[in-house]
Structures are given as C-alpha cells and as structure tokens.
Design a protein. Structure first.
Length: 294
C-alpha cells in the first residue's frame, strides 16, 4: 500500500466515478484502475463495487476512504507549505467557479493573472454552487455565488467578494415588460406568472426561492432547466419568466427585457480557499487579483 494509492482512492471516493477521479488527478483511467486494483489486493476484500456509470463503496471502502481523505489533505497542505516557502512563480492553479462567475468574471481574471504569471498552467472546473463546494478537495481556490454553507471542509477560508443583482427576464412583448423594465416588478406580480427556474443547487435559484418563501408568495414553476443560457432560451420560447444574474444580460439583444425586483434582490459572491493555513503564492496572487477587481 502506497500513499499514491490512498490519494487515488480518496479521489474515487469523493467523485464516486473512476473517470472523473482520473481527470481530477490528471492521470489516465487505466492508471487509476491499476492503483485501485493493487490497493484492493492489499486489503484482500472489495473496497468498491460498480454502480451504473459510477462506483459504490463497500463498508470497508467507506472506512478506508476516511483515512485516505486525511492523508490526501495532509499531503496537499505539505505541498502548499512548500510552495509558499519557495515563492513559486510557476506550476499549476486549479480554479473552480459556479455558473455566473465562471461565465462572466473568470475569463477576465485568468487573463489578468496569466499576464502576471505567464508560466502558470490554469485548470478550471465548473458547475453550480453545490457542485463546486462539493469538489473543493480537488481545487486550490473557488468562486461561488452567495454565502457558503456549513458543509465546507476544515481549514477553508471564506472571502466575501463583489455584489450581484438577480433580475427577472421576460420577452419585450410580455404585459409586465413596459412597467418592469422602467420601475421593477414585485414578487406578487411574479407569483401570478409561469416561472422558469435553474436546476437544484443553483445559487440564483436558492436566492429566488428564499425571497418568495419569505414574502409568502407561491411560485408557479413550469420548467426547471440547467444553466443560464437554458433559462434565457426557455424565456425566449415563451415558457414563462426566468431569473438570472444581471451581469449575464450585459451582451443581450433587445428580445428580452431585464427587470429589477421590488425590493432589489442582491447577493454577494464568495471566494473559497481550501487549505487556507498554508496557501501557495499562486493562490495568494489570484486571490489578491480577485479582491482588487471588487
């Protein structure tokens, strides 16, 4: 049994999928499968079982996964401490970002970062807020929508970042468009309309649902669809009124009307730094760049 085998097993246990674990580890799928096979031979009993397209841990595998995760975290902390001491100017930075910051902020941040650190390789991972938080073990830094929940791994720092407005979108021909674009729309008005929501786990969806619940306004949801562009296309198709970040409407044509809520519905993005007790210089540099752009 080797540390590499345990670190590989920790990734498989986290992703519940050998293919996704191999991507996170930057290894080939056969290399990951080979390490798992050697580890399983060492223990003399199954540690995981195939389950559809993924894997399911056996009781023995679940117990081993807890040890493997601690070893992986210690290994990463040691590497982060080494990098901090070296003042590393090259290497790799793994950035995770949920949908809105990934689409409308991250490209500009990476461009500025690589002008400063041209020898650094940047890998990005996307998903909704819940998926990014769940994958923090494979990241160096992450940008998410809203406030991080209590399920963060130990030694994760949370930095409040820039503010973002959530808006309702509708076709310009919609009866609410003329008033909404000029003065905003109320939750009571929206409650009477068919609504299009993002998928479960979306930061925008969580904020919108909370606002309706606090106002005691029912929601008539006619469609749930993944991604910002999916919501826009459903609204263009006449399915109902959708909800997106205002920054996602910056380059839209005149087909859709963007309406503020009454009162305004806003949130803050957050920057998450795993292993914050010993961040690398690259993490510190990217974090400083983000905060300077606030």
């Amino acid at each position: 049994m080797t540390p590499d085998q345990l670190i590989t097993f920790a990734a498989v246990a986290e992703h519940r999928n050998i293919s996704r674990a191999s991507v996170a580890l930057h290894l080939s799928q056969p290399a990951v499968s080979g390490q798992l096979r050697q580890l399983q031979d060492e223990f003399g009993e199954p540690l995981y079982l195939r389950d559809g397209r993924g894997v399911r841990l056996t009781p023995a595998g679940e117990q081993l996964a807890s040890y493997a995760a601690r070893l992986r975290d210690t290994w990463r902390q040691a590497h982060a401490y080494r990098d901090a001491l070296r003042g590393m100017e090259c290497g790799m930075l793994r950035i995770g970002a949920s949908t809105t910051p990934a689409s409308y902020l991250l490209p500009y941040l990476i461009a500025g970062f690589q002008r400063r650190y041209p020898e650094v390789t940047v890998h990005t991972a996307g998903g909704n807020t819940s998926e990014i938080v769940g994958g923090l073990g494979s990241l160096d830094i992450a940008l998410i929508e809203g406030v991080a929940g209590p399920e963060l791994p130990p030694d994760t720092a949370v930095h409040p970042w820039r503010q973002d407005e959530i808006v309702a979108i509708m076709p310009r021909t919609h009866p609410l468009a003329a008033q909404g674009c000029a003065r905003g729309v109320s939750l009571a008005q929206l409650s009477a309309e068919p609504l299009v929501l993002r998928e479960a786990g979306s930061g925008v969806r969580q904020l919108v649902e909370r606002a309706f619940a606090q106002a005691g306004a029912p929601m008539r949801v006619v469609l749930e669809i993944a991604g910002v562009e999916g919501v826009k296309e459903a609204v263009r198709a006449g399915m109902g009124i959708g909800f997106v970040s205002a920054m996602s409407m910056r380059h839209e044509d005149d087909a859709l009307c963007c309406c503020s809520f009454i009162p305004q519905l806003a949130r803050r993005f957050s920057i998450l730094v795993p292993h914050a007790s010993a961040p690398s210089r690259l993490v510190g540099g990217f974090l400083a760049l983000c905060l300077a752009e606030d």
